[in-house]
Design a protein. Structure first.
Length: 315
């Protein structure tokens, strides 16, 4: 039987007239890489802060590792690691001193702590930078230092809040590989990101929230089956008339057609041979094209269809 690591029941958090969490529920099992997604202002950060007892809430319960979480539960906090979106290290301490300091918040014994610090530094690939001060590190190296500080005490539950923001592709890959390795070693992961391809790559289960509520959850494939778009057919074609576009819009299973800069995008809902039907239509009307291909929906398509495409203010 699976072991529940996080259980949130009917959580309500208000900021005066604003309801940040509206009877929100969440359950995460041991060993999951759980993606917590939502637009800006959806309640993700509030959820995490309530999980950690950094915020009080108006109603509901939070249980971690099967026990009620409160602000004074140091024993539970010792089992949690947080890698925040904003790099939180001390400029006056070296890489090694920073990792040692944050590990020391949970592990007082220096002899016990030393190999844990060394392991964390090696894990993020900062062996050659251990005597560097943060101001001398690149953005990617700073992110990796941030991770080392959050995981050095070997937590069982690790929360990664936007860990790859503004880093180069090499550092991003290193971070994602590290998260996967931590999970293989037994850690349960909560992962928030606006990079949908990352979430699709590493998360075993995903919850999308908005306005303080869950609006969809499941695996990436399960979420894709919940949206209208099941396939997009893209055609690079010149001089297409309005009549042709209307003819294509009338094909079976087509629900949206756009034509911009000589690229025709046809969105379909259902159907098994949509691209064949488009090719047949073009041939019947003697329309030549440069290229035609089909794309299956991505997690980004799911996110936009479920939460909407309007811009949101930051949380």
């Amino acid at each position: 039987m699976s072991e529940t690591i996080v259980k949130v029941t009917n959580l309500v958090k208000r900021y005066k007239e604003l309801i940040a969490l509206d009877n929100f529920n969440l359950q995460i099992e041991k060993g999951e890489v759980f993606g917590l997604l939502g637009p800006n202002g959806s309640g993700k950060s509030t959820t995490i802060n309530c999980l950690l007892s950094l915020l009080t809430y108006d109603k509901g319960e939070v249980e971690l590792f099967g026990e009620k979480m409160t602000a004074n539960r140091r024993d539970l906090k010792r089992r949690i690691g947080l890698v925040s979106q904003n790099v939180a290290v001390f400029d006056e301490l070296t890489v090694q001193e920073n990792v040692d300091f944050f590990c020391g918040l949970y592990v007082e014994d220096k002899k016990e702590r030393t190999p844990m610090v060394e392991r964390a530094i090696r894990f993020v690939g900062l062996e050659d930078f251990r005597k560097f001060y943060p101001r001398k590190l690149s953005g990617g190296l700073l992110r990796r230092l941030n991770i080392a500080c959050g995981i050095a005490h070997k937590p069982e539950l690790i929360i990664f809040d936007e860990p790859t923001v503004a880093v180069d592709p090499q550092s991003r890959n290193k971070i994602l590989e590290g998260i996967t390795e931590l999970n293989r070693d037994g850690a349960t992961i909560i992962y928030t990101s606006h990079y949908m391809e990352e979430v699709e790559q590493i998360c075993s289960r995903i919850l999308i929230m908005d306005r303080g509520k869950e609006i969809a959850s499941g695996t990436a494939e399960e979420l894709k089956r919940k949206i209208k778009n099941t396939e997009s057919v893209i055609v690079d074609i010149k001089n297409l008339t309005a009549g042709h576009i209307e003819g294509i819009r009338a094909l079976n299973h087509v629900y949206e057609v756009t034509y911009l800069d000589n690229r025709l995008t046809i969105k379909c809902s259902g159907g098994r041979h949509n691209i064949s039907h488009v090719v047949e239509y073009l041939a019947q009307h003697e329309l030549s094209y440069d290229r035609i291909f089909s794309e299956m929906p991505t997690l980004n398509d799911v996110f936009l269809e479920i939460t909407g495409k309007e811009l949101r203010d930051k949380e």
